[in-house]
Write a protein that binds this ligand. Structure first.
Ligand code: GLN
Length: 476
């Protein structure tokens, strides 16, 4: 069966455009029509953009004239998470607070994509300010998982994930502070990359946890994720934390990789279907020539607790600027204090308020040593432990999530939702790059639900992640 244009990967669509079996217009129309048709049910997009005729035309001209040298993303329709600024468009971070906020400049990643003549289908739904793992915490309704619409698509980049999985675009950008790209990628059957901290500029991404945030790709294949990552990475004078090219020596990626597996993390709590899929995937990788090595990462048990101290601390600081004075939702009361209280009470949703309170508490003078500084110390220990493990292995593997996609409302208790991030937060705490790659399905209520395998690599060793990711895809 031949695929519809919107069902193509970046690689396939780019080839079809160059072979002239497809035009940029046809590709755009296919994505746009699919988005119009399916969005009322899925709510993946908060806004579908009208066709940008000039951009479509410019992309077509570039593909026609440059052919081989035109960037692969030229003419490719992408979806962008609602916390990444596109000049002239609303960027609300799915919050009522920024419901009318229109970006006055392009995020660096958007600038780079525009230089490649990529197209933008729309802005996608997310958990408010990227806090959550289910896209149930958006001020604009939930997003549904295309594999089973009674279930969540994961989060916080759930809109981007659903848009790609349902073929409403070719690929998408999300942001990942504690797993928000990798976890929804796993639950919707996509490849999702959180790059090395500083590999991709954060300029123009609405800040959540500044020492943890990275923008990255959600894509149909590992190769597509690589293409998108290569397009957006690079040092940026507007983000002083970006890594200067060449800071780390380029690594040779060995053909046969040593895969570290921390079995002690795979105990109770991990769904048996997920474990079976993991074991089957690891077995196929050994058959393909890779080796498994038992490793121990004892401090992992403290990662989630440290994350849920550090992340709210940074979030509370970043969100302090939304005070009803400078910009955003700004109702007026009788006094200045009323203005603050009213705007922040009305503008922020429940989860956002919870994290602000938590963050303010752990940073308060009486508690900063007991909570924030302890969590920060744990972060250093985790980094050391992973670096030690990377002396004997090239990459570390475990499942991306404990279970397949859950039902709406199933994790209503905040702590049970926080537990969803147990496998993903460490890569953000250590700054190391990590990828989630589909590893089969687990059956629930007669539906086959995707699950993902998660790989972590040393700093700036994204290439190892792409190599092992492709190995997983090829072993299927
Ligand atoms: N689910 C995590 C949280 O709620 C991660 C969020 C993210 O990566 N943006 O904090």
């Amino acid at each position: 069966m031949t695929k519809k244009p919107n069902e193509l990967t970046i690689v396939e669509a780019a080839a079809a455009l160059r072979a002239r079996s497809l035009t940029v217009r046809e590709l755009w129309d296919a994505c746009y029509a699919a988005a119009q048709e399916k969005n009322p049910e899925l709510n993946a997009f908060l806004e579908i953009f009208p066709a940008d005729e000039r951009a479509i035309e410019a992309a077509q001209i570039r593909v026609d004239t440059d052919k081989e040298s035109a960037p692969l993303l030229c003419g490719i329709p992408l979806a962008i998470k609602d916390n990444i600024l596109i000049e002239g468009h609303i960027a609300s971070a799915a919050s009522k607070m920024l419901g009318n906020y229109r970006a006055t400049y392009d995020a660096t990643v958007i600038k780079k994509l525009k230089e490649q003549n990529a197209l933008f289908v729309g802005r996608t739904n997310m958990d408010e300010f990227a806090m959550g793992s289910s896209t149930e915490h958006s001020a604009y309704g939930v997003t549904k998982n295309p594999h089973d619409t009674s279930r969540v698509p994961g989060g916080s980049s759930g809109g981007s994930a659903a848009a790609v999985a349902a073929h409403l675009c070719i690929a998408a950008l999300g942001t990942d502070t504690g797993g928000s790209i990798r976890q929804p990628a796993a639950l919707t059957g996509l490849a999702g990359l959180k790059s090395t901290y500083g590999a991709v500029s954060r300029s123009g991404a609405i800040a959540l946890g500044s020492s943890l945030d990275q923008i990255g790709p959600l894509a149909k294949t590992v190769e597509d994720a690589r293409i998108l990552y290569e397009a957006i990475r690079g040092a940026d004078p507007l983000d002083s934390t970006t890594i200067t090219d060449g800071l780390y020596p380029a690594r040779e990626v060995p053909e046969n990789l040593r895969i570290g597996v921390p079995r002690h993390l795979l105990g109770e709590g991990v769904d048996s279907g997920v474990l079976a899929a993991l074991d089957a995937t690891l077995k196929r990788l050994t058959e393909a020539g890779h080796t498994l090595v038992d490793i121990e990462l004892p401090t992992s048990s403290h990662a989630l607790a440290s994350y849920y101290v550090i992340m709210p601390a940074e979030a509370s600081t970043n969100l302090a600027r939304l005070d009803g004075i400078r910009y955003g939702h700004a109702p007026r009361g009788k006094t200045l204090l009323d203005d603050y209280v009213l705007s922040r009470t009305e503008g922020f949703g429940e989860e956002t308020r919870r994290r602000i309170l938590l963050g303010t508490f752990v940073l308060s003078s009486g508690y900063i040593d007991a909570y924030y500084r302890k969590a920060d110390a744990a972060r250093a220990v985790l980094r050391r432990e992973y670096n030690d493990a990377f002396q004997k292995v090239d990459v570390i593997a475990f499942p991306t999530t404990l279970s397949p996609a859950f039902k709406f409302g199933e994790k209503g208790d905040p702590l049970s939702l926080y537990l969803e991030d147990i496998f993903t937060v460490t890569a953000n705490l250590t700054g190391m790059p990590a990828i989630s790659v589909p590893m089969g399905t687990v059956e629930r209520d007669g539906k086959k639900l995707p699950v993902g395998i998660h790989f972590t690599a040393p700093h700036q060793a994204e290439e190892i992640l792409f190599t092992i990711g492709r190995a997983v895809e090829n072993s299927r």
